[in-house]
Write a protein that binds this ligand. Structure first.
Ligand SMILES: [Ca+2]
Length: 171
């Protein structure tokens, strides 16, 4: 039987503006870009600023986070305890200069020592003010291999998919 996982992120494509997301200061915002046919909304995060959204995660379960990024600045994606600096899981988002969106997919496991309320937290790296961490189509699904690839950006843009293979050798 094929069970479709429920996406735990709300308004991950930012088409409802700021709804569902919290901003650490006033500078970052959801903005619109003009496409040939489609107007796409995404989130533009200024250097050192962050956005986050509370997520209901269960201890011992594995989830897969996916998103599109067009960062010229880079940053971090973390799972944190809300309103603290307690970071339980984190990955780097590397700069990807240019106008094309990239697709990223990252599984993680919720360990028993993770204390809620947990949030998904995007922070832009420090950098010059004309650079941004741009994100869109944030999705959080239970499991390691769900239909977890971030939704395709509008047809007028091209997506580059980066696949990383990790080989573990035991001696
Ligand atoms: Ca969008």
């Amino acid at each position: 039987m094929n069970i479709v996982a429920q996406d735990l992120i709300g308004n991950g494509n930012f088409e409802d503006g700021n709804f569902g997301w919290n901003f650490t200061s006033g500078g970052s915002s959801v903005v619109g870009e003009e496409e040939v046919i489609i107007r796409n909304k995404y989130c533009k995060i200024y250097q050192t600023e962050a956005i986050y959204q509370p997520v209901p995660l269960s201890s011992g379960k594995t989830y897969t986070l996916s998103f599109n990024t067009r960062s010229s600045l880079g940053g971090t994606l973390s799972v944190m305890k809300q309103n603290t600096n307690d970071t339980y899981w984190s990955i780097k988002i590397y700069p990807a200069p240019g106008t094309e969106w990239q697709s990223e997919t990252h599984p993680f496991r919720v360990e028993t020592n993770w204390e809620g309320p947990l949030v998904i937290h995007f922070r832009a790296a420090p950098g010059s003010p004309d650079r941004f961490l741009e994100i869109d189509n944030v999705s959080l699904l239970e499991g390691t291999n769900p239909r977890s690839i971030a939704a395709a950006p509008p047809a007028t843009t091209t997506t580059t998919t980066i696949t990383t293979t990790v080989t573990i050798t035991t001696t």
